[in-house]
Design a protein around this ligand. Structure first.
Ligand code: GLA
Length: 514
């Protein structure tokens, strides 16, 4: 029960939120003048990861991410046996029976030109060779999530152009199962069939049909459950049903599982490392038995330094509590989550990534009230910092705002091909912390081609210079400097680089030798 003060605080919060919607409606329009990135050319460009991982014989669905005026005609040479390309949609399907590495040559062509790029299929036991990219329902739909919402998100991922930059996972978070002990006819009822098979609530009448729909667009589908008897929002969890739930999730056609600690705490024995690992080991083992690839995301908020062992039982692991409830001070909450996640830079790599949680921009609902979406209160510069930091940290790029209200500014932040390329670099190194003071924060990420991606973040409330020397970056000689947000070459420089960075903003650059 809420006491009077809590009720008053909540009423004030709701009032502030509704005023904010009006104000934010205005700022959203102004944000457009702050778009830094030029529109992509009308001729085709192939984006997204340069490597695709799968296990032998697992079904593959991959839509080649490409910008440019449609129709685009796709072609491929050297495709390994077992997979085929739909030349009109650019969707690759099938399965590859033999383990190994296969480099194929893709071409995208339209009236304006042609673009070629290689894609390497790595068929073996490691998935997620680059950080997963996609969308998750939590911070906008909470316990309102439904089958039509998920289908609509898949539609929007294509129509908005996000998929052309590599976003591909369409993931349901909590609240698809039956709510334990609820008599609500829509979300309550029997939690499992007599044979133990988990049941969905009435908002998800046919999971297989839903994933089929998502796959038909060349996208992938994700789902959520908990090792405890109930999820964080009180829906059925997988406790003592792990094998059956892994099978069901695979039968339904899912490609991704977020496994959220939630109510598991009381079964965690002495809370030693083995106790923290156990529930993830169990589910990981069950997932390996399935005839399809399911990428697993550990969600246990960083317990027991999960970054030290997460890669043995999953493909990514949340390093902190929920970003949506992280308190800001002078700096917004995402900065604090980012600072913590950045410290674990040595542990992220191909197949196992530090996960600082979702990208909360655009229209997002309060996690405190599980509210309806309001337009973000982050300034444009803070949003550039957010996306830059996540990309430099090789974080999964999972947007969790409203897919049906994607404005131009939000899309510009989410879809800069050169920024995403930093995140998706096949070397898979997370940026190291070059400097962290009260005034500035500098991250540097080694790229596969020998270049260095650098983020110079200004933590102050006024525009300030942020400088970095080659000595700090551990490089020498003349470097070509590219401004990644503006996709523009700057002067070549020796010894050091200084940027005038906006309040809480960033200059994100790539330094190349030639
Ligand atoms: C936890 C997770 C969130 C979300 C909710 C769902 O809080 O950290 O990301 O999945 O549970 O209830």
């Amino acid at each position: 029960m809420l006491n009077d003060t809590a009720r008053l605080i909540r009423a004030l919060l709701m009032l502030t939120m509704s005023c904010f919607i009006v104000i934010s409606g205005i700022s959203q329009v102004n944000y457009e003048s702050y778009i830094l990135t030029p529109a992509p050319p009308l001729s085709p460009v192939i984006n997204g990861p340069k490597v695709y991982a799968a296990r032998a014989n697992s079904p593959i669905t991959y839509r080649i991410p490409a910008t440019g005026e449609r129709p685009i005609l796709f072609s491929a040479t050297n495709l390994p046996a077992g997979i085929t390309l739909d030349v009109n949609t650019g969707i690759i399907t099938g399965s590859i029976p033999q383990e190994g590495e296969y480099i194929c040559h893709l071409t995208a062509a339209n009236k304006k030109g042609k673009y070629k790029r290689d894609l390497k299929f790595v068929i073996g036991n490691t998935l997620a060779l680059t950080p997963p990219m996609g969308w998750n329902s939590w911070y906008i739909h909470y316990d309102r999530v439904s089958d039509p919402i998920m289908r609509d998100a898949a539609d929007q991922m294509i129509e908005s152009g996000m998929a052309d930059y590599g976003y591909q996972y369409v993931n349901i978070d909590d609240c698809w199962a039956v709510k334990v002990n609820s008599d609500d006819p829509i979300i309550g009822g029997k939690t499992r069939k007599p044979d133990g098979t988990i049941l969905t609530n009435k908002r998800f009448p046919n999971m297989s049909a839903m994933t089929k729909y998502i796959h038909s667009k060349g996208l992938k589908a994700g789902i959520y459950t908990s090792p405890g008897p109930s999820t964080c929002a009180g829906y059925t969890g997988s406790y003592q049903h792990e094998a059956l739930d892994a099978q069901t999730i695979a039968n339904w056609g899912f490609d991704f599982l977020k496994y959220d600690w939630c109510s598991y705490g009381r079964y965690a024995g002495e809370r030693k490392r083995k106790d923290f690992m156990l529930p993830y080991q169990i589910m990981w083992k069950e997932l390996q038995k399935q005839p399809r690839d399911i990428v697993m995301n550990l969600c246990q908020y960083g317990f027991d330094s999960v970054w030290q062992w997460g890669a043995t039982v999953g493909n990514s692991w949340r390093t902190t509590g929920d970003l949506g409830v992280e308190r800001g001070d002078d700096l917004p909450g995402f900065y604090h989550v980012g600072f913590k996640n950045a410290e674990h830079w040595k542990y992220g790599g191909p197949g196992g990534w530090n996960d600082p949680d979702y990208i909360l921009i655009g229209w997002v609902g309060s996690a405190h009230t599980m509210g309806e979406g309001v337009y973000t209160s982050l300034t444009p510069d803070e949003q550039y910092s957010y996306m830059s930091m996540w990309s430099l940290m090789s974080a999964p790029l999972i947007f969790s705002g409203d897919m049906s209200k994607l404005d131009k500014f939000t899309l510009n932040v989410l879809c800069n091909s050169e920024v995403i390329e930093v995140d998706q670099d096949p070397l898979g190194k997370q940026a190291r912390i070059v400097r962290k003071t009260d005034k500035d924060f500098i991250l540097a990420k080694e790229m596969e081609d020998g270049s260095l991606a650098v983020g110079l973040f200004n933590l102050q409330k006024s525009e300030s210079p942020v400088a970095v020397s080659w000595e700090e970056l551990d490089i020498t000689g003349k470097r070509r400097v590219r401004d990644l947000w503006r996709q523009k070459d700057l002067n070549k420089t020796n010894h050091s680089f200084t940027a005038n960075a906006p309040p809480h903003g960033v200059m994100m650059i790539r330094l190349a030798k030639k």
